[in-house]
Write a protein that binds this ligand. Sequence first.
Ligand SMILES: NC(=O)c1ccc[n+]([C@@H]2O[C@H](COP(=O)([O-])OP(=O)(O)OC[C@H]3O[C@@H](n4cnc5c(N)ncnc54)[C@H](OP(=O)(O)O)[C@@H]3O)[C@@H](O)[C@H]2O)c1
Ligand SMILES: O=P(O)(O)OC[C@H](O)CO
Length: 330
Amino acid sequence: MNKTIAVIGAGSWGTALAIHLAAKHSVNLWSHNKEHVAEMRALRLNERFLPETPFPDSISLFEDFNETVINADIILIATPSTAFNEMLQKLQKLQLPKLPPVVSATKGLDHSTNGFLSDTFYQTFPNANFTVLSGPSFAKEVAKLYPTAIAIAGKNELELEAVIPYFHHDNMRVYGNLDIKGVQLAGAYKNVIAIATGISDGLGFGANARAALITRGLAEMTRLGIALQGDPETFKGLAGLGDLVLTATDNQSRNRRFGLYLGQGLKTNEAFEEVGQVVEGANIVKNIYELGETMGIDLPIAQQVYKILHKNVLPNTSLRQLLSREQKIE
Ligand SMILES: NC(=O)c1ccc[n+]([C@@H]2O[C@H](COP(=O)([O-])OP(=O)(O)OC[C@H]3O[C@@H](n4cnc5c(N)ncnc54)[C@H](OP(=O)(O)O)[C@@H]3O)[C@@H](O)[C@H]2O)c1
Ligand SMILES: O=P(O)(O)OC[C@H](O)CO
């Protein structure tokens, strides 16, 4: 089956998935940045984000949003969470007679509501097929076609069956998941814990502290996830533990690197500049903090990352506060 897939967003993740999908399908890759589209067309490469992996012939570059999606069999959104709602508004404006299945590869929350991106999607398109792709997957490795396993979550099996075959081939193994809320919460939360482990490593706290932050980070992610109607099993799976371990331990992670810079003494704006790409954990830690406060859920690691980023608390003071909390049962 040679179908057409519209990929919305030509950062590292949209480009990597476009390269994977282009092994079997035609891909329309869209960027909002006209100069970037012209450069990618000329070079047949996304030099800004994935300079090591040239485009196969089956990728076409687009600057016109309408042309990108008008004949697509599925639409993949891979922008930062800050642009997700804007992409939905663009889709809505098109007034397509029938929206094809939409897959979100964005890992975050809706900044204006503290809610799930899926809820924002369903408010705009109540009856459309919407699924979420998540799990341990660095863009650079996917673009190089290294073996990768991910989860795609949706409301029901029919919706999953309509999209999984596009992704499950060659070096990518896809597991279906029916917990769309848990998968999204895990994909967002692991970014905050990766910042915390980066800070800890940047301060030189060592391997014991890193393992403690990952384990207790998983515990608080699960606590909030269950309170938001996620399935406890999700947090032990690819979108939970899998992505948390990947992101918190490997320096390919922008969230972890951002934390490392903070731990090494850089100011927040300097750390953002050094990373130079999206840091979703920094985008959403305030939303997670507020969820914890309004729902009365203890989220000690996220609370400390929030204080470092938004209340000018020093990383060293903050991480030490975590260790000096009152004794409790695991
Ligand atoms: N990279 C990974 O390994 C990976 C893996 C899994 C999931 N994700 C998730 O994928 C999402 C995208 O991340 P990324 O890695 O692709 O980020 P990135 O490499 O930093 O690229 C971000 C892209 O989004 C574009 N963009 C920014 N604002 C936009 C807007 N308002 N409208 C349209 N496009 C806009 C940027 O364009 P300009 O810079 O030209 O403005 C850039 O092309 C995030 O939620 C991330 O957590 C990433
Ligand atoms: O580079 P990060 O920290 O945004 O992580 C990328 C992916 O989410 C890893 O699965």
